[in-house]
Design a protein around this ligand. Structure first.
Ligand code: ITT
Length: 192
């Protein structure tokens, strides 16, 4: 089985990525904690490719990275690629977002995720994007998931991501959609 380094330091993402990759012909290995990549890109795609490429080059193995974030319409797309840097903890980030949005009536938002897979020489083999539309609540609801999940409400399900089971979030989420788009190629690449 080919080794695939999962290039994330976010435990919430890691858990979800492991679930999407289970059953494929890859031997999943965690990124060494000390190996960090500076996210200098202006887009999710640039940052996903940067992380996958640099971790692949540093380890000499295949690597997979996820760059994702929340785009809020009334905030002109913020926090976007800065979602992780919007505050120190998940609670701080949620509080800041709710403060900035205040009583704004337009609560429309979307989660975006780009997944990139790099070969051991750092070149990108696969890339896919997934988007999940929703709304920002006025206060958090639910205890599952991670990050902004408690304030991200999906109207069709009448639930926040944090109120969904992991299977439900997996089917609907931005990350789920990116992995669904990658699935056929993932199978091919992993069995080469
Ligand atoms: P790595 O770069 O090490 O993977 P990170 O947390 O820094 O971890 P990003 O730069 O991609 O990752 O930032 C994404 C941020 O967007 C993340 O920290 C969360 O706050 C948020 N986010 C992404 N996907 C999410 C999800 O499914 N649910 C809730 N919040 C999410």
């Amino acid at each position: 089985m080919t080794v695939l380094v999962v290039a994330t330091g976010n435990p919430g993402k890691l858990k979800e990525m492991q679930a999407y990759l289970a059953g494929l012909e890859w031997e999943l290995v965690l990124k060494p904690e000390t190996l960090e990549v500076e996210e200098t890109g202006a887009t999710f795609a640039e940052n996903a490719c940067l992380k996958a490429s640099q971790i692949a080059l540093a380890t000499g193995e295949w690597a997979i990275a996820d760059d994702s974030g929340l785009e809020v319409e009334a905030l002109d797309g913020a926090p976007g690629v800065y979602s992780a840097r919007y505050g120190k903890t998940d609670t701080d980030r949620i509080e800041r977002l709710l403060n900035e949005l205040g009583n704004e009536l337009n609560r429309d938002a979307q989660f975006v995720c780009v997944i990139a897979i790099a070969r051991p020489d750092g070149t990108i083999a696969l890339q896919a994007e997934g988007v999940c539309p929703g709304r920002i609540l006025h206060s958090p609801r639910g205890s599952g998931g991670f990050g902004y999940d408690p304030i991200f409400y999906v109207p069709e399900q009448r639930l926040t991501f944090a109120e969904m089971s992991s299977d439900q979030k997996r089917l609907l989420s931005h990350r789920g959609k990116a992995f669904q788009a990658l699935a056929p190629q993932l199978q091919q690449v992993s069995s080469q």
